[in-house]
Design a protein around this ligand. Structure first.
Ligand code: ATP
Length: 500
């Protein structure tokens, strides 16, 4: 009944009005008072929106999260740095005796899904603090002053809740801080400026003597956007990078997310960790979840290795789609993918794990590469080879059709990103430069020169492998997939014949 209360009221009011008019009762004064009350309530709601956000949050169960640093996989350096910073809260008396100013804000930076929110929660449980969280976008309203009043409410709530729960401290976590903390260059809405000013004022109001103590933790993946006033000493002056996990970290995260799942005895999470290079914690969690869904679809109790492989593909490329390409499109896609695969195998033998023609996400086909060791440094030849692999698809289409298609769009984006990395790292003919200071024409010229040369090399390499294309194409069109081993056997066989 309460669910439909509003609708019933809206329906009943006009009926009541008509009835009163029928009884010849003057309804105009009621209407005027009613409309006045309605607008007053509406405005109060809009302006004091923060209060309702706070009220919602109050009902959100326990204030000190029971998530600890042990529940966060990898991120050893970030965890250590954060714990060291938190010791300011834990050993507060000593800090005060030494005359050290309190730590007011910690900024967690890094790509999405790497566990920044988890870190903030673990920080609250480590310091036995009340945890209150909000997202930057919650503060943004059209009305000037609403955001600022929400910031005030949030700090007030943090203090009140800590007092009520007898805690010495509260951790206030703001995700997406860049929404309210972006550089003030005069261009944005006045509302944003006021919200940020209020945040700065509240932070300045945190003193050693205040009880309960408040520590702000903010998270962003756009640190460069933040206003310098936010980052200056005494505000968010501790910056902790929460980066994508390395192989060891990925394994730990996979283990953490497999605790509530049953794995077949021969499952090797190490292999999954190896194959999921570049995945964030959130993506790894998704891999475990999707694998469990695949196992359930197969009516199995336990997750097998193949479910995990499928789940990696799904998280990387999207779900399999049933888009049915025409025969001609299929042939072009097959040649395109073979172009990538041949270059990959030639420049890095053993690189190809599978060539597939099953459409996934936006792609009509894909080449799955064998896991590589985590790299943190890339040489010029490595980057050039990577660009050639990306250009392999378009080069193959040129060889067999004399033209290219829209299927190379992502490949070109990838190639351009790599060229940009080369330029920024001083690995090109431009020498050591800051790309922002190089004339656009010069950048374009260098881009073109690198890509043209590498495209030429790629085409030559593929021309030498026409026979591989022809044989592999027939298998691929029939079977839809070609495993790395089959592909290598075919390649070796043909190359042996041609040298004999
Ligand atoms: P965003 O920047 O998008 O807000 P975030 O960095 O705050 O992301 P979280 O919200 O902390 O990321 O993580 C999302 C989910 O991903 C978590 O709930 C958890 O399941 C998983 N996850 C991410 N990182 C880790 C990790 N290091 N260990 C375990 N699980 C993780």
């Amino acid at each position: 009944m309460s669910k439909y209360g509003k609708e019933i009221l809206i329906g009943a009011l006009p009926v009541l009005l008509v009835f009163l008019i029928y009884l010849q009762i003057k309804v105009l004064p009621f209407l005027l008072v009613g409309s006045f009350l309605f607008f007053a309530v509406y405005l109060a709601k809009a302006r004091g929106g923060g209060i309702s956000v706070v009220a919602d949050r109050k009902n959100k169960g326990k204030s000190v999260p029971n998530l600890t640093f042990d529940d966060i996989g990898g991120q050893e350096r970030a965890k250590k740095e954060l714990m060291e910073a938190l010791d300011f809260l834990v050993h507060f008396e000593r800090i005060r005796q030494m005359g050290i100013r309190p730590l007011k804000g910690i900024l967690l930076t890094g790509p999405p899904g790497t566990g920044k929110t988890l870190m903030a929660k673990a920080a609250a449980s480590y310091t036995d603090s009340v945890f209150i969280s909000a997202s930057g976008s919650e503060f943004v309203e059209m009305y000037v002053g609403v955001g600022a009043s929400r910031v005030r409410d949030l700090f007030k709530e943090a203090r009140q809740r800590a007092q009520k729960e007898n805690k010495d401290s509260a951790i206030l976590f703001i995700d997406e801080i860049e929404v309210i903390g972006a550089k003030r260059d005069g261009g944005q809405h006045k509302e944003y400026d006021q919200t940020l000013n209020q945040l700065l004022t509240e932070m300045d109001g945190i003193h050693t003597s205040t009880h309960p103590r408040i520590l702000m933790i903010a998270a962003t993946n756009r640190k460069e956007m933040l206003d310098s006033a936010l980052l200056r000493p005494g505000r968010f002056d501790r910056h902790i990078e929460v980066d994508l996990p390395d192989r060891k970290g990925r394994l730990q995260i996979l283990h953490l997310h497999s605790v509530n799942k049953t794995l077949a005895d021969d499952v090797l999470l190490e292999k999954v960790a190896e194959e999921s290079f570049g995945f964030s914690g959130a993506q790894l969690e998704s891999v475990m979840n999707e694998a469990a869904i695949y196992a359930m679809r197969d009516n199995l109790e336990r997750i097998e290795q193949r479910h995990l492989s499928l789940a990696i593909d799904k998280v990387m490329m999207g779900e399999k789609t049933d888009r049915e390409a025409t025969e001609e499109e299929k042939r072009r896609v097959a040649l395109h993918e073979l172009g990538h695969a041949i270059v990959a195998e030639e420049v890095r033998p053993g690189a190809v794990s599978q060539v597939s023609m099953s459409p996934r996400g936006q792609a009509l086909g894909y080449v799955r590469h064998n896991p590589q060791k985590d790299h943190y440094l890339y040489t010029k030849p490595f980057l050039e080879q990577q660009i050639m692999i990306a250009l392999g698809g378009a080069a193959a289409e040129e060889i067999f059709y004399g033209n290219r298609s829209t299927g190379s769009r992502n490949d070109f984006e990838q190639a351009l990103r790599l060229v940009r990395t080369m330029i920024d790292s001083g690995l090109t003919g431009l020498g050591i430069v800051q790309s922002e200071n190089v004339k656009k024409e010069d950048l374009m010229k260098e881009n073109k020169k690198i890509l043209d040369e590498l495209m030429f090399d790629t085409r030559q390499l593929l021309e030498r492998n026409r026979e591989v294309f022809e044989q592999a194409l027939a298998i691929l069109l029939k079977e839809e997939t070609l495993s790395g081993e089959e592909f290598r056997r075919l390649l070796a066989g043909i190359q042996k014949c041609s040298t004999a």
